[in-house]
Design a protein around this ligand. Structure first.
Ligand code: SF4
Length: 358
């Protein structure tokens, strides 16, 4: 507690006299941790935390959901997914609605569970919805290698895996983005290493700090950001040294490079970002359902007042959306940001946005 108070006072001292500062917590786990620990409420008035595009469910676009639904409707297919994908709305339906209508949709806790599921259902094709960032991609790659080694031929991936650094580049190249520093996701940095974010300081002169998820770890990273702003010397501070190295997890990176190659990817609210996704290499094409059995989806322009895209880019707060807390609530989500427990809108709904001076 004594350390916490020291950190809070240091933040206040460093922020004093500065302009209004917007610091982006990139990942959804940080958004929730910040709310739960009350950090947002004790920051000085001129330090604003804005949420970024780091919730994998939130940034998955409608086309991906529509494709998953199209596969789920096919005979002899089982779609396996993490539970928070169920309620994400596509253009006309959701996996939860399809499940209620009889589609075979199975919630799993790890992609590795799909190997057993495929073995138990040899006459069916099992498709895992491979959604996530660098954090979860190595396990998905390990699943592909295990399936190949065990001769499992009825397990496939529908992939929407995304990479965090290109999304940050996209935000910084967009002049509507107003961010003075990034609180970087510790779990992504565990895999790719702190050095993977050096471009933030080198190319964009923007402060950043890799942070853990405990309150004091987040406050320590905020101190680092404010010190960089104070001295005018941006760098990538590694404030999660207990688990994050400069080069990352070399074993995980090797598995990723063996199974995947980098590709362009579509992000909800940001469109297609070059080199921001992963796709299976040609030698693993037999596990890529879109190459084995592509589906056609009808592209429909969805009319909605949902501002999820702007929320994910830190341009507006969830409370700026006219649907927030009215038509859109966790039990009846209109947009993807209200679905996942790490969704920005869901976090704002659950924890509120109250602020008090400290
Ligand atoms: S409150 Fe709902 S409708 Fe509004 S931006 Fe968030 S997810 Fe979209």
């Amino acid at each position: 507690m004594a350390d916490t108070l020291k950190l809070v006072k240091k933040i206040s001292r460093l922020a004093k006299g500065k302009k209004h500062l917007r610091l982006m917590e990139v990942c959804g786990t940080h958004t929730v941790a910040i709310f739960r620990s009350g950090i947002r409420q004790i920051l000085p008035e001129n330090v604003e935390l804005v949420s970024g595009p780091g919730c994998p469910v939130c940034v998955t676009d409608d086309d991906f959901i529509d494709k998953a639904i199209a596969y789920a409707r096919k005979k002899n297919f089982i779609v396996a997914t993490f539970g928070d994908m169920l309620k994400v709305p596509g253009t006309r339906s959701s996996l939860a609605r399809e499940s209620a209508a009889g589609a075979r949709i199975k919630v799993v806790y790890s992609p590795l569970d799909c190997i057993e599921l495929a073995k138990e259902n040899p006459r069916k094709s099992v498709i895992f919805l491979a959604v996530g960032f660098e954090t979860t991609a190595p396990t998905q790659a390990a699943t592909i290698l295990a399936a190949r080694d065990q001769g499992v031929k009825n397990l496939f991936m529908l992939s929407a895996q995304k990479l965090v650094p290109p999304a940050l580049k996209f935000l910084l190249n967009d002049e509507s983005t107003k961010v003075d520093g990034f609180l970087l996701p510790g779990h992504v940095a565990v895999v790719i290493g702190a050095d993977a974010f050096n471009f933030l300081a080198d190319d964009f002169k923007i402060p950043s700090a890799v942070s853990g998820f405990e309150a004091d770890e987040i406050l320590t990273a905020l101190v680092s950001l404010l010190e960089q702003i104070d001295t005018g010397q941006p760098t990538v501070a590694n404030d999660y040294k207990s688990v994050v190295t400069n080069e990352g997890n070399l074993t995980a990176k090797k598995i990723l490079a063996q199974v995947y190659e980098v590709t362009d990817a579509v992000w909800r609210g940001m469109g297609e970002i070059p080199a921001s996704g992963l796709k299976l290499r040609d030698e693993f094409a037999a596990f890529d359902i879109e190459r084995v059995e592509p589906v056609e989806i009808e592209r429909i322009e969805k009319k909605s007042a949902c501002r999820c895209g702007e929320v994910l880019r830190g341009l507006v707060k969830p409370t700026d959306c006219p649907l927030f807390g009215k038509a859109c609530k966790p039990l009846h989500a209109i947009g993807a940001c209200m679905v996942s427990v790490e969704g920005v809108c869901a976090a704002w709904f659950k924890y509120g946005s109250g602020k008090f001076n400290f």
